[in-house]
Design a protein around this ligand. Structure first.
Ligand code: DC
Length: 522
């Protein structure tokens, strides 16, 4: 049987937890009560007397929070710093505090990451508020469970009475309405049905009936899952598309004049060969091109190379990506203002060579994770290669900040790159194997590979010929991602080859045929 993720979201007392727990038992799946995790955060904040407005203290608390969850036939047993808190989190006070603390971004960030880790092996039923929209947007089955608020208040009131707690029905109703309002109206990950969820109204349903219905739906989904998905934002970015279009247009409009790109237009040998066939050639040095059309590729070039091209009487078509162009301007501007510039990136990469050429003798390059040499520098400017990961820039800033009196930081990381990295990371967190497609010398593809490797097994390939048949045939689910220099055509070829290895016949003819993993915006 295929292992899937089942997300059950809905308001408090709609029947999620008891249904989810029973369903998990029946399928032999793990059950994860994510509400209990927010309750644990609330309990800890209360114990430490931390006000919810004190974000630095909440953040520090989250850094050391140690939650472990064990399975039992009665539900999850929750341990906080090694102590069983399963019952302690069920008070009405903690319920209300949990609703409030769950609206704090840092709390959600940590909990969502933990939930993704706990659910990554699949065969899991999770219940909560944002499971289908944020935590596992790729969940194969999403249920949105609702019930009339008065019916829910009656259920909660009866539960309290059974436990011997003295309660007022009106108060229970009012608190439920308040929690519904807070959970549905917060700005981050509010309670709402995922677009592809199935709504079930349990106002007039019994527990057995609910479990039976969900069990049937789960079996249907288990049989029809798509175990091969492409990360959103994979492949060519707009800068690369633009550069290629400019090159093709130039070759078409001037058939009598040679067209060159200075360096490969993208780090993808197969594609470069195809362009060669269309009369677009690669020149290694600016000095070797004379009286031709020259496309400056999206990585940009160094100042002295541009000068050589002008001296050679060439017509220059500048396809430098606007994000890269901005780094050139910033390096120059900061140097003019007297700031020594530290550039984060790979010093051998053409993009970096271009950036450095706009600097001066005080400009230095530091690779991700490397120690910057800033002895005697009182002030500094930090500028990043556009394909870096934000956390690398953050780590560098953390190192520099205590050493300098003045630090000017420019986040020059391209949005398309960060979106691609984020989508890739979430897909990797829930995949058995990730296939990363792109040139072996492509910096942004290598970065995707390193992100995936943190979470799962991973192969970096240029073409479908490099796929490891053994790994493919045993892995499921598989995720695919591709760097900014990977054409759609190559993604389709890799997808189809994987399908063939798996013995499946529904091949893709266009990129739109490939199931794409999408994180819903919330
Ligand atoms: O499901 P519950 O009542 O135990 O959840 C307690 C609170 O935690 C709820 O008011 C909202 C919050 N929560 C959340 O924000 N996201 C989840 N996935 C689960 C719960």
């Amino acid at each position: 049987m295929k292992r899937i993720i089942i997300a059950i979201d809905g308001p408090a007392a709609s029947g999620k937890s008891s249904t989810a727990r029973r369903l998990a038992q029946r399928l032999g799946y793990i059950y994860l009560d994510t509400g209990a995790m927010y309750r644990a955060c609330a309990l800890e904040a209360r114990k430490k007397a931390i006000a919810l407005e004190d974000i630095p203290a909440i953040s520090a608390m989250m850094d050391t929070l140690d939650i472990t969850i064990a399975q039992s036939p009665h539900g999850n047993i929750l341990m906080l710093h090694g102590k069983d808190i399963t019952d302690a989190i069920r008070s009405e006070e903690v319920s209300n505090l949990a609703s409030a603390i769950s609206a704090i971004p840092i709390v959600r960030e940590k909990m969502v990451s933990l939930q993704r880790k706990l659910g990554r092996d699949k065969a899991v039923v999770l219940d909560g508020r944002d499971i289908g929209t944020v935590v596992f947007p790729q969940a194969e089955l999403k249920i949105f469970m609702i019930a009339d608020v008065e019916e829910r208040a009656k259920r909660r009131y009866r539960e309290l009475q059974d436990k011997g707690v003295i309660a007022s029905y009106d108060k229970v109703l009012k608190e439920l309405q308040e929690r519904d309002f807070n959970d549905s109206n917060r700005s981050i990950a509010p309670l709402k049905p995922a677009a592809d969820s199935i709504s079930i109204d349990t106002s007039h349903m019994g527990l057995e009936e609910q479990v039976e219905l969900l069990y049937k739906l789960a079996l249907q989904r288990i049989r029809s899952v798509a175990p091969l998905m492409l990360a959103q934002h994979s492949g060519f970015c707009f800068g690369v598309r633009r550069a290629i279009k400019l090159a093709l247009d130039a070759a078409m409009q001037s058939p009598d004049k040679p067209v060159y790109t200075l360096g490969e237009i993208i780090h993808n040998p197969q594609f470069v060969k195809e362009l060669e066939e269309q009369n677009i050639h690669v020149a290694k040095n600016a000095s070797e091109i004379i009286d031709s059309i020259v496309i400056i590729r999206s990585h940009g070039i160094a100042k002295n190379e541009e000068q050589l091209l002008i001296e050679g009487g060439n017509t220059i078509i500048d396809a430098t990506c606007p994000y890269v162009k901005r780094t050139h301007e910033l390096v120059q501007e900061m140097c003019e203002q007297g700031y020594p510039v530290v550039i984060l990136g790979d010093s051998h990469h053409p993009e970096l060579i271009g950036m450095v050429s706009y600097g001066n003798q005080e400009t230095t390059v530091v690779a991700a994770g490397e120690e910057p040499n800033i002895i005697g520098k009182q002030k500094l400017a930090v500028i990043s290669q556009t394909t870096q990961k934000l956390e690398n820039l953050q780590a560098l800033v953390d190192k520099l900040l205590p050493e300098c009196k003045e630090l000017r930081i420019f986040n020059t990381i391209c949005i398309a790159t960060s979106k691609r990295q984020d989508a890739t990371e979430t897909l990797a967190e829930t995949s058995d194997l990730m296939i990363v497609i792109g040139g072996h010398n492509s910096s942004n593809t290598k970065m995707l590979h390193s992100i995936c490797s943190k979470h799962t097994s991973c192969m970096h390939i240029e073409t479908e010929a490099e796929l490891d048949q053994n790994m493919i045939s045993t892995a499921t689910p598989i995720g695919i991602t591709a760097g900014a220099s990977t054409p759609d055509e190559m993604i389709i070829r890799v997808y189809n080859k994987i399908k063939q290895i798996k013995g499946e016949s529904d091949l893709a003819t266009s990129i739109r045929d490939i199931p794409t993993f999408k994180e819903e915006s919330c």
